[in-house]
Design a protein around this ligand. Structure first.
Ligand SMILES: Cc1cc2nc3c(=O)[nH]c(=O)nc-3n(C[C@H](O)[C@H](O)[C@H](O)COP(=O)(O)OP(=O)(O)OC[C@H]3O[C@@H](n4cnc5c(N)ncnc54)[C@H](O)[C@@H]3O)c2cc1C
Length: 408
């Protein structure tokens, strides 16, 4: 707490706060810091929660280096103010104590399909407004990537449980272990009397490398592995292919659960990696090794055959990546984890008439209307793999659209 007060004291309370301007949900950073310094933790928590119901989570998992932290004016000459740590402290405490008020039942019912950041936000905002909300979740816990993707050592599951308790307090009915699509279709939900449907089902199909050997017993997709890393026996040496945050989480989890040697293998240089600098730093600190300029050619029972790559610049100054001829070499390993992005599963779409998609993603307008009357969508299933805060921002807007639609 003393450290946090010291940190708060370093904030310059800028008139045009760049931290706030670069926050996707426009968090009132200086106002919250001022209240925190005055000891008004509850008031500060309220401002954060009313603006972002997942504030306690975003304070931990947002790519802060691109947002508040990376844009703090203090960071130009010294260390930026770590507002995220202050937000995490306030929001955790506020969430534990909070009892959410809601309006009386207004007679309308909404089905929320998927309980990730988008679904949680929509369910909470609509339940507060008096809608009868039923949440359908294919897993036995809510949270989506927060529970079945981001490792527990990065995000305490208690925070998701606290959110779940708030939803239950608000009267949201949660149907666990329930897949919407093949048997319970969206059309069936509509004919059962739900007045609107919110779809926030995320992206859960791994993209493949399209090389030989991806189905071998020791090859796994990161998105599957991260659902329950404890159940895998990866062996001593693990190769992770990819360079985004999912690859970092897979590599760090492999190390955390006992692998001795873990390599992130990537076909370009570190500057091209899409993972945040913070995640790359953590992975290195934990002993993950980075093997760069290696492109996978084939997965064999003994490991992965990689070709060496190189960036070359042509006469016009354009750079491109080329494979060095005859450079193929086996990198022996016990397990391979493939982490090269995700796409949506087609459950919802294949079982529903009239829902249009593009590249597998649901097509919506800016306000979240899909091509089917009464059906709305947002989050990764619309935008493709993005961030927690992007899903929350979109779900705030789409909940308002649902409210407008149902009040017509
Ligand atoms: C490993 C990993 C690490 C990440 N780390 C970060 C990070 O540190 N910071 C960050 O900001 N972002 C991170 N992201 C991205 C972020 O988590 C997502 O952008 C965000 O979770 C998207 O929210 P969503 O609600 O759209 O989808 P999801 O979180 O994917 O939730 C979708 C939910 O829908 C359920 N569902 C799917 N289909 C059906 C169906 N047919 N019927 C019923 N339920 C269904 C799923 O089980 C799931 O619970 C990470 C992603 C991954 C995969």
């Amino acid at each position: 707490m003393e450290n946090l007060l010291f940190e708060a004291g370093r904030c310059l309370k800028c008139k045009k706060p760049r931290c706030q301007m670069h926050c996707p949900i426009y968090t009132s950073v200086p106002e919250v810091i001022t209240l925190f310094e005055e000891g008004k933790i509850h008031e500060a928590g309220q401002i954060l929660f009313e603006n972002n119901p997942l504030s306690a989570i975003c304070a931990i998992v947002c790519p802060h280096e691109d947002q508040c932290l990376g844009n703090c004016i203090r960071g130009i000459k010294s260390e930026p103010v770590r507002f995220c740590d202050i937000e995490a402290y306030i929001s955790k405490q506020y969430l534990e104590e909070l009892t959410i008020e809601k309006e009386a039942f207004n007679g309308k019912r909404v089905a929320v399909v998927g309980s990730g950041p988008a679904g949680i936000t929509a369910a909470m905002l609509l339940a507060k407004k008096g809608y009868g909300v039923t949440m359908f979740e294919l897993h036995d816990r809510i949270g989506g990537v927060l529970s079945y993707g981001i490792p527990e050592f990065r995000l305490p599951r208690k925070l998701v449980e606290d959110l779940e308790n708030k939803l239950i307090q608000l009267g949201v009915s949660i149907k666990y272990n329930t897949l919407v699509g093949p048997v319970i279709t969206v059309d069936k939900l509509l004919s059962d009397g739900y007045d609107a449907i919110f779809v926030g089902t995320g992206v859960w199909n791994p993209k493949t490398l399209n090389i030989k050997g991806e189905t071998l017993p020791h090859a796994h997709y990161a998105i599957d592995y991260l659902k329950n890393p404890k159940s895998y026996r990866l062996g001593k040496k693990v190769v992770v292919i990819g360079a985004g945050n999912v690859a970092m989480d897979a590599a760090r989890s492999a190390k955390y659960y006992g692998a001795e040697e873990v390599h992130i293998c990537y076909r370009r240089g570190e500057e091209s990696m899409t993972a945040t600098k913070a995640e790359i730093h953590e992975a290195k600190e934990e002993g993950v090794l980075f093997t760069l300029y290696k492109s996978p050619v084939e997965i064999t029972p003994e490991g992965v055959v990689f070709a060496t790559t190189q960036t070359v610049t042509d006469e016009e100054g354009n750079t491109k990546l080329i494979t060095v001829p005859d450079s193929e070499e086996l990198m022996p390993c016990d397990s391979v984890i493939i982490a090269v992005s995700q796409a949506p599963k087609s459950n919802i779409v294949s079982g529903t008439t009239g829902l249009e998609t593009k590249y597998g993603l649901l097509v919506t307008d800016e306000l979240g209307h899909t091509t089917k009357e009464g059906v709305f969508a947002c989050g990764d299933v619309v935008s493709g793999a993005k961030t927690v805060i992007a899903a929350v921002v979109a779900a705030k807007k789409v909940s308002q659209s649902i409210d407008d639609y149902l009040q017509m």
